[in-house]
Design a protein around this ligand. Structure first.
Ligand code: PBG
Length: 324
């Protein structure tokens, strides 16, 4: 049917009709809120490049998680900022490290909040790389040993899910193995499967103090031109036991989200990363864009592309709008 018989504008005439035919609907249940947990008590250090977000000590992270739960947000993702860093990131394994303590505090305050932990060494190493350094490179297999221990330490502290973001080869199998051997076969793995070497992580690295001291992460994170490779990475992670696969960042990689959704049929998560958040905040602060509208349009685009789970620093702001 063609014009003038068919007039697509008929279904756009008012808000209620538009809502009736909307193909994608956002809900607070889609969101996972990332939190930066720092050692100490009563600590709240605002992150200048990420307005609305702070490094929080474990009990304050738990209060924020409880509020988020009240808004209908089902999950948080924890990043740790330890008191001490060393060459091998040993503080990542500390049972009284910030993430381990925050897991307990959150599960006490908000027992049904799904607590997911980022498993990666970059916040814990003096050089800021995601693994153990040999020469000038990250040693893949040596790093796997530490990642296994880190995931186990989070499971012991009571997390609900672990999420490796380091991009070492074989880490999903390594983590699945140690969890299964240790009585945690019920803990799912959400793998950062297609994680690109992206400049959009800038504000996060300020927030987490994880900028590499030398070189960059291009030797382990993915190269932006590639999408076939993203599919291979995702398939490998699924074969190794990933339960949820993630694409990161979200906006410059919406095509990857769509392909991963169509070609795997697995739950797909997308990480609307720090730089994507900060750009919107900055432009809004200058009065150049309408923050709320741009935020909602951004989030719906990520869901429309195929992500069922969206990690976003906008989680609470968007949930408030969706809750009316
Ligand atoms: C840790 C990690 C990073 C992010 C999530 N996990 C930073 C990086 O790889 O440099 C980025 C998240 C964001 O920018 O919001 N490896």
């Amino acid at each position: 049917m063609r014009f003038p018989m068919y007039r697509p504008r008929r279904l756009r005439r008012n808000k209620v009709i538009r809502e009736m035919v909307a193909e994608t609907v956002l809900t607070p249940r889609d969101f996972i809120l990332p939190l930066f947990v720092i050692y100490g008590r009563g600590v709240e250090n605002p992150i200048p490049s990420m307005p609305g977000h702070s490094q929080l000590s474990p009990e304050l992270a738990a209060s924020r998680a409880l509020e988020a739960r009240g808004l209908g947000i089902p999950g948080v993702m924890l990043f740790g900022i330890p008191e001490r860093k060393d060459e091998v990131g040993s503080s990542a394994l500390d049972p009284s490290g910030p993430v381990q303590l925050a897991i307990k505090e959150i599960k006490d305050k908000a027992p049904d909040m799904v607590v997911i932990t980022d498993v990666c060494l970059c916040e814990y190493t003096t050089h800021g790389h995601c693994g153990i350094i040999k020469g000038r490179d990250v040693d893949n297999d040596a790093t796997l040993e530490v990642l296994r221990e880190m995931a186990l330490s989070h499971a012991r502290a009571g997390c609900d899910m672990v999420s490796p973001s380091d991009m070492m080869d074989g880490r999903v199998a390594a983590i699945r193995g140690v969890l299964d051997e240790s009585g945690y076969s019920h803990i799912p793995i959400m793998s950062y499967s297609a994680k690109y070497a992206s400049a959009f992580y800038g504000p996060f690295r300020e927030a987490a103090g994880s900028t590499p001291g030398f070189g960059d992460r291009k030797g382990y994170q993915m190269d932006p031109p590639n999408s076939e490779e993203a599919l291979r990475e995702v398939m490998l992670d699924i074969e190794e036991g990933a339960d949820i696969v993630m694409v990161k960042p979200a906006l410059p990689y919406l095509d990857i989200i769509r392909r991963v959704k169509e070609e795997t049929g697995y739950p797909v998560a997308a990480y609307n990363v720090s730089g994507e958040y900060s750009m919107i905040k900055a432009a809004a602060q200058k009065g150049w864009i309408d923050e709320e509208k741009v935020m909602m349009e951004t989030l719906i685009s990520i869901k429309r592309a195929g992500a069922g789970l969206i990690l976003t620093y906008f989680a609470e702001d968007a949930a408030k709008i969706l809750n009316g």
